[in-house]
Design a protein around this ligand. Structure first.
Ligand SMILES: [Zn+2]
Length: 143
């Protein structure tokens, strides 16, 4: 799958906290081993119990649009050919408190609204530093 954003657009920094989310090809988040709170984006300390031990947890990658916006103005010259594009904040079915941001890839065909059912898909991009491919979660309508 080609990228929604230009090939020159910045990629996420991959580190021990973000590797699972951006390379697994799954909605993989970190959950506190002490209280189960999901920390997304990942933090060093649990917001629920101040614990510092986490494990990876895979979520289903389906949910609904919690919020959305359509970007018409390119905020950077590299985005001039990408506009308009749609950014959605997705509340996941199996962890509604977790909200994942991404582009809605088929927005032109969608009745864009809060509550619209969506599912995750991944755009694979080579890691410029030579690590595992980066897999960017994006969203499509789940009918
Ligand atoms: Zn905790």
């Amino acid at each position: 799958m080609s990228r929604q954003m230009p090939e020159s657009w910045v990629l996420p920094a991959i580190n021990d906290h973000t590797r699972g989310f951006f390379t697994s090809g799954k909605i993989q988040v970190r959950a506190c081993t002490g209280c189960g709170t999901i920390e997304h984006p990942p933090e060093d300390v649990c917001h629920g119990c101040q614990g510092t031990s986490f494990e990876d947890r895979e979520l289903a990658g389906k949910g609904h649009v919690y919020s959305h916006t359509v970007i018409h103005h390119p905020v950077h010259p590299a985005l001039k050919d990408a506009v308009p594009y749609t950014v959605v904040l997705v509340s996941l079915d199996d962890a509604p408190e977790v909200r994942i941001t991404g582009n809605l890839l088929d927005a032109g065909n969608a009745d864009l609204r809060i509550g619209l059912r969506v599912k995750a898909v991944w755009e694979e991009v080579p890691d410029p530093s030579g690590g595992d491919p980066i897999r960017l979660p994006q969203w499509v309508v789940d009918e």
